[in-house]
Design a protein. Structure first.
Length: 341
């Protein structure tokens, strides 16, 4: 069988991460210095799709590490409703693989006019979004042919984490970021075939996480929809108990993304509750009664561990798509670059 573009791009994730870290030192230093000079009381993000999941990941990372609130801005506030926002004491991070979607570009331009320190994270340093921003972190991920974003998603989060480490001058996080290419290489080789076997004929699933893992759950559920035609929904492992758990009954598939952080005991508790309701539960990061444990890379910094999980997930979901008879490179009704206003 011919290898898919998605499979090749997942295999390239560790190399792409190393390339970003090697090429971005100067841009990271300049942008981090600008953030220290600005000392923002608020960070805003602008993104859609997988890029918005990267932004959600950075929301948790910035709030946990810096104690600064992070809010997502709706691009249509600028592109459709034309409402200026007051962002004098803020930084604004825009994330877009292509950097070409008109609504993202317009919101970044408006954020700069509103007083924000504007920072673009994109795979195309010459894109309109980069040109509309005061600083740009170019992802250096290389061409991505599959419609489903993989290495660009990982490098988007990596760029944000590397910037956070330099901005806050956090040596522990710096070391964790520098080690990510090694951890990602381990992650893409892990075997999640028990989950693949369960989902081959599934119509629906839940994906659960906490903290930055919530963002990875959202990304995982999107990829399950895009590549494999499964109606997957992402929830916080706490939020799922406030209503959605009511539909979890016998043999309902649930993927629970656990990592070694402060939330792990609560994540395990939710996994065990889902299993007790009859669900087929698959869990990373710990053992839980009634759940199947999936392998993951252990001993990681809690702010990078969820990102490493998505590399294992991407390798799994590409295989799942082909097992279900889908072409993971060309999901129905989707294009590589989505330009909205």
């Amino acid at each position: 069988m011919t290898q898919s573009h998605m499979a090749r791009e997942v295999a390239e994730i560790p190399e792409a991460a190393a390339r970003f870290l090697d090429r971005s030192r100067d841009a990271l230093a300049r942008t981090a210095a600008a953030l220290r000079d600005r000392d923002p009381a608020l960070v805003a993000t602008v993104a859609r799709g997988s890029s918005d999941h990267a932004a959600s990941y950075l929301k948790y990372a910035i709030e946990l590490q810096a104690g600064i609130p992070v809010a997502s801005l709706g691009p249509s506030i600028a592109s459709i409703y034309r409402r200026p926002l007051r962002l004098e004491n803020a930084a604004c991070i825009g994330i877009s693989q292509s950097g070409r979607s008109p609504d993202i570009v317009e919101m970044m331009r408006a954020a700069g006019k509103g007083g924000a320190l504007s920072i673009a994270i994109t795979n195309h340093a010459d894109s309109p979004m980069a040109e509309a921003s005061a600083h740009c972190l170019a992802l250096a991920a290389g061409e991505e042919k599959s419609v489903a974003a993989t290495k660009t998603f990982v490098n988007s989060v990596l760029a944000g984490l590397a910037l956070l480490a330099e901005w806050r001058q956090d040596d522990d996080l710096r070391r964790a970021v520098a080690d990510l290419p090694r951890a990602l290489a381990q992650a893409v080789a892990l075997d999640w075939s028990p989950l693949s076997a369960r989902l081959t004929r599934a119509a629906q699933a839940f994906v659960l996480g906490r903290g930055p893992g919530c963002a990875i759950a959202a990304e995982a559920s999107l990829k399950m929809k895009e590549t494999s035609g499964i109606h997957a929904e992402a929830y916080s492992a706490a939020e799922v108990l406030h209503g959605p758990a009511a539909i979890v009954q016998a043999q309902f598939p649930v993927l629970v993304l656990g990592v070694e952080d402060a939330a792990l005991p609560q994540v395990v508790e939710t996994a065990e509750r889902m299993a007790a309701q009859g669900a087929d539960v698959f869990l990373t990061g710990a053992e839980a009664r009634g759940a199947t444990r999936l392998p993951s890379v252990a001993g990681l910094h809690p702010l990078v561990a969820p990102l490493v999980l998505i590399a294992s997930y991407y390798a799994f979901v590409e295989q799942l798509a082909r097992r279900r008879g889908f072409d993971p490179d060309t999901p129905p009704h989707l294009r590589k670059v989505t330009e909205t206003i």
